[in-house]
Design a protein around this ligand. Structure first.
Ligand SMILES: Cc1cc2nc3c(=O)[nH]c(=O)nc-3n(C[C@H](O)[C@H](O)[C@H](O)COP(=O)(O)OP(=O)(O)OC[C@H]3O[C@@H](n4cnc5c(N)ncnc54)[C@H](O)[C@@H]3O)c2cc1C
Length: 585
């Protein structure tokens, strides 16, 4: 069975033909030397590491799982060595701040590396993914001393990071959390409480594990305003930067899970653990949001990564598996890739993955612009677009990613249900991405209740304006057969957005949220398909370009029409959702 191949040809197409990567980089101070050629050569190497080192550990890691004995976590055979090799090769520091030893490369490269990690080994990818999120929160909100002590070793990958929010009674509603932090009188705090579901809560790679913990100070008000953020390391750090004694925290248990078995998801006990405040007291959730936003994009990319890997495997299988006569009368047995229904499953996955990768690159470019553009107004505008797209990337990529994993499993028939082929692992591993980092329902609420209102409610119009301008520009090359259905779908999205603005109210927003987010995502994917088809038009030189025209048409004809149904459902509003009394369910 074919193994994973990093989609470097598609990446090269995106960076050189769809987005003018070189010109964007040339306008960003510090990135003048970065260009598509460099990006592709770096990502080619990343692809080799993902396929050659990480993917071979994926199934054994799933079968072996993590263990906890005498308080020590052990990851599956080979994971610790692979992590150290990954860090030594410089992959942990790719986009890290050069002030603290990072390589300072753009987000675009980071997001594409993250996709490859997620395709090859989702459990493994969480270690560097969470560390990077913690680095961002510390970098934005911690004082100089904490930054100097922790950032260099986290960026290099010598130390890993974890994010400790969830408690048994505080999941989505973090305002309910009860972990306490009491001042020690020397600038540090004693943290006491139990957190559950903490990914990468511990590891056996060596070095330190840096926990960012949400807790309440004494006399803090109830609710989210009473939450502060603390940095608590597994090992206290000596003045010279070396590791000191164990801090007052321990792994109480490992969660038994449906998937990501090679990832230690920990119950963490903090028993007077020494920690330091990150950011201002009472503003912990704000500081943690820096980490959570980074993680939400990362989790969205996990959905894309799984979809890419599952689709590749399903295509390879469908080319070889012989069953039945051809629908065109070809005597059988024929390869199942010839059956229209099998083709539909494969095309849905590919049309999603290609569009999602393009949208991920577009979003990462906005992040790079938001970080570095010399004009503050441009930076602000780009930042708002990233905020708008964050819940869409997180929820839509993971929903379509899971759907792609299931459809790819279906392509293998009974063999998809059997362990040996690896498909059932993709399904199990993909499922968590729809749940953690804020469930997809909560992402949809974020989109409709917060993000649509940014810039005084004008942000969505600004985004839709970008799409319209691209549709107009693409008409001559992409053609009316692609542009017209997209313009109609965009009009549906604009109508649904206007209805939401007019019929506001929490119940209508909650009732609309997930359907609206899917409608939004389909339009954004269609936008990317028009751009890709326009870029490929007249250049059928490579297999990538040949694929683009066929997939763009498939997307417009067989996926985008979902927007009609979503729009119709949205138009009915909340009443039918709220009619049944809770006792009568
Ligand atoms: C494997 C795994 C790894 C994890 N890793 C981490 C980690 O590293 N760090 C960490 O802190 N946490 C982590 N989590 C926790 C995860 O983020 C939470 O499970 C998730 O945010 C949902 O919280 P909950 O489980 O309490 O569900 P609940 O909040 O109880 O939600 C249950 C359902 O109700 C819905 N719901 C809840 N509130 C609302 C609302 N206001 N409006 C509409 N719908 C609502 C939800 O969408 C969901 O469908 C992890 C969880 C798992 C399973």
């Amino acid at each position: 069975m074919a193994t994973y191949t990093a989609p470097v040809d598609d990446i090269a197409f995106l960076l050189t033909r769809v987005f003018d990567f070189d010109a964007t980089m040339a306008g960003l101070p510090g990135f003048e030397e970065v260009n598509a050629e460099l990006a592709v050569s770096v990502l080619e190497e990343a692809g080799k590491f993902a396929a050659g080192v990480l993917e071979p550990l994926n199934r054994p890691g799933d079968e072996e799982g993590c263990t906890l004995e005498n308080g020590l976590v052990t990851t599956p055979k080979g994971v610790a060595e692979a992590y150290r090799a990954f860090a030594e090769a410089g992959w942990c520091s790719l986009s890290g701040d050069p002030e603290y030893g990072g390589q300072g490369l753009p987000r675009v490269l980071q997001i594409l590396l993250d996709e490859m990690l997620s395709s090859a080994n989702l459990s493994f990818g969480l270690f560097p993914g969470l560390t990077r999120g913690a680095v961002e929160a510390i970098g934005h909100h911690a004082g100089a001393e904490l930054k100097a002590t922790y950032l260099p070793k986290m960026i290099s990958g010598e130390w890993t990071g974890a994010m400790a929010l969830t408690e048994a009674s505080a999941g989505t509603d973090l305002g309910l959390l009860s972990t306490r932090a009491v001042p020690n009188g020397d600038g540090s705090f004693a943290i006491t409480g139990t957190k559950i579901f903490i990914s990468s809560g511990d590891q056996d790679f060596g070095g330190n594990v840096i926990h960012l913990v949400l807790a309440r100070l004494p006399d803090a008000p109830k609710g989210v305003k009473g939450i502060s953020l603390f940095l608590a390391p597994k090992f206290l750090v000596n003045a010279d930067g070396s590791l000191g004694g164990r801090n007052g925290m321990s792994v109480g248990a490992l969660e038994h899970k449906m998937g990501i078995h090679a990832q230690p998801t920990c119950v963490m006990n903090y028993d007077g653990a020494t920690g330091w405040l990150v950011g201002e007291p009472g503003r912990g959730l704000n500081a943690m949001f820096t980490m959570m936003n980074a993680e939400r994009l990362f989790v969205g990319i996990q959905g894309l990564g799984i979809a890419e890997a599952a689709n590749q495997k399903a295509v390879a299988y469908a080319r070889e598996r012989l069953q039945g006569h051809g629908a065109d009368g070809t005597p059988g047995p024929v390869a199942i890739i010839n059956h229209p229904d099998v083709r539909k499953m494969l095309l849905c996955g590919r049309a999603f993955a290609d569009a999602a990768r393009a949208l991920a690159v577009w979003t990462a470019l906005q992040m790079d612009i938001a970080d570095r553009h010399p004009d503050e107004a441009v930076r602000r505008e780009a930042d708002a677009l990233v905020a708008l797209l964050t819940p869409v990337v997180k929820a839509a990529f993971t929903d379509f990613g899971f759907e792609t994993a299931v459809a790819s499993q279906q392509v293998l028939g009974g063999h998809g249900y059997i362990r040996e082929w690896g498909m059932e692992q993709y399904v199990r591993d993909a499922r968590i991405a729809q749940i953690y980092e804020g469930t997809n329902g909560v992402q949809a609420m974020d989109l409709v209740t917060r993000k649509l209102g940014l810039e005084g409610g004008k942000l969505p119009q600004r985004f839709f304006g970008l799409i319209k301008a691209d549709l107009d520009a693409a008409l001559p090359s992409a053609g009316a057969a692609l542009v017209t259905p997209m313009a109609e779908a965009l009009a549906r999205l604009e109508g649904a957005t206007a209805r939401l603005a007019a019929n506001g109210g929490a119940i209508e927003a909650g009732a609309a949220a997930t359907d609206y987010l899917r409608l939004f995502a389909l339009v954004a994917f269609g936008w990317m398909w028009v751009r890709m088809a326009a870029a490929a038009a007249g250049h059928a030189a490579t297999p990538v370009e040949q694929r683009k025209a066929a997939l763009a048409r498939f997307f417009m004809e067989r996926m985008l029409p979902q927007t009609v149904g979503l729009d119709a459902a949205l138009a009915y509003g909340a009443p039918s959702l709220m009619a049944l009394h809770a006792d009568a369910f």
